[in-house]
Design a protein around this ligand. Structure first.
Ligand code: ZN
Length: 130
């Protein structure tokens, strides 16, 4: 199933935990939920949705992949830093499903990380039952 995610900033974090949980089909008791970002300038992580931490993430991405560093890809569409940030973040996460629910840790959320917004994005959710 594909979810839609609206981002509102160039770099933006959207907590999609609730939407992903709602996408688990009825009848799945145990399994694995894979969340996949079908884009090259956005990523997904499992971490804490805490505003100061998300601000730190913004600064960390700026430090690791600053914009306007003369990247070769910028000659094409001026978003090389966004691609590099997405590579650091990764394009998928897998979360166990137990008793039909996401078995996340107390402080864990599924966070979609936009690196080249604002845009309307897709997010694929696949649940394998076992
Ligand atoms: Zn590009």
């Amino acid at each position: 199933m594909s979810l839609q995610v609206e981002t509102t900033e160039r770099t933006d974090v959207v907590d999609v935990t609730g939407e992903v949980a709602a996408a688990i089909p009825d009848g799945v008791d145990r399994g694995v939920c894979t969340v996949f970002v079908p884009h090259t300038t956005a990523g997904v992580v499992v971490n804490e949705n805490e505003s100061r931490l998300l601000s730190d993430l913004d600064g960390w991405l700026d430090a690791l992949a600053p914009r306007g560093e003369g990247y070769a890809h910028d000659e094409l569409d001026d978003n090389a830093a966004a691609h590099l940030r997405a590579m650091l973040l990764g394009e998928s996460v897998s979360v166990p499903v137990v008793d039909g629910s996401l078995d996340l840790g107390t402080w864990q959320s599924i966070l979609f990380v936009e690196c080249d917004g604002p845009r309307t994005r897709s997010l694929d959710v696949a649940v394998a039952s076992r």
